[in-house]
Design a protein around this ligand. Structure first.
Ligand code: URA
Ligand code: URA
Length: 244
């Protein structure tokens, strides 16, 4: 009976994905513009000191270090006085793939490192299943400090913290981003569509292809969703291999 509805649904899905593809392609052609947007009158940054080897990338490394330095002993929102450790993010400063989670939990707050608790261990296994090492990618969060009791991040906390995430991503210049969970996807994409709708296809964040998928903490409670996350990360692997 569904014989008529199915081809139509397929066609609609095809049109939707083509439209999205065109949107992503269009945005990919644009230069990254965070700095000019934040500081429209600013002159271009000075050229980095010439280095002995073209492979030396100290310039980029210090760009990320400069973001960390500017955060300092951050008290820009009220979480600053509640945290034990600020969780800046970790991994390869030249990563092709950056994972963005929500906010540190208790384990992360204690250690000062992202995704080291149970959900983090699952993320590490997902990364390994992708044929990558945790050190090869970069892992960070929307918020750098733990919200008390792991409550949802508040708008003023996001407003204070997001500029640093933007600059982190600009310093790393990854080829692909992965938003872990509804909160990261909503914040990065400025979309309120449920993660169930957003996941499974590339969208764009500041011209960078972004794959929203379920949060590993969600997978710990809903192991049935692992299949979908596996599909999503396979699309990331394909994009990294093919070059986007
Ligand atoms: N959940 C997150 O979103 N981020 C972490 O770093 C740990 C758990
Ligand atoms: N809802 C969320 O916010 N995140 C998930 O990963 C799944 C459901």
């Amino acid at each position: 009976m569904g014989a008529e509805a199915e081809p139509r649904e397929e066609l609609l899905e095809l049109v939707r994905s083509l439209t999205e593809r065109l949107r992503v392609d269009g945005e990919l052609g644009k230069p990254l513009s965070y700095l000019s947007r934040e500081n429209p009158g600013a002159a271009a940054p000075p050229a980095p000191e010439p280095t002995l080897s073209a492979e030396t990338s100290a310039g980029d490394l210090s760009a990320l270090d400069a973001v960390r330095a500017e955060l300092g002993d951050c008290r820009r929102c009220s979480l600053g006085s509640l945290r034990h450790r600020l969780v800046f993010g970790e991994g390869n400063p030249h990563a092709e793939l950056v994972f963005v989670g929500e906010a540190p939990g208790a384990d992360e707050d204690a250690q000062g490192r992202p995704f080291v608790g149970r959900a983090g261990q699952l993320l590490t296994r997902i990364i390994a299943a992708m044929g990558l090492k945790r050190e090869e990618v970069y892992i960070c969060n929307i918020l750098k400090c733990r919200p008390p009791g792991n409550r949802n991040p508040q708008p003023e906390e996001i407003a204070a913290c997001e500029p640093f995430l933007i600059r982190q991503i600009e310093a790393i210049r990854p080829r692909v981003l992965c938003a872990l969970g509804g909160f990261a996807a909503h914040t990065l994409l400025k979309s309120e569509a449920p993660i169930t709708v957003l996941r499974g296809r590339f969208l764009a964040y500041q011209g960078i292809p972004l794959m929203p998928t379920y949060h590993p903490a969600y997978l710990l409670r809903n192991s049935g969703a692992k299949k979908q996350v596996w599909e999503d990360v396979q699309m990331i692997m394909k994009a990294l291999l093919e070059g986007t």
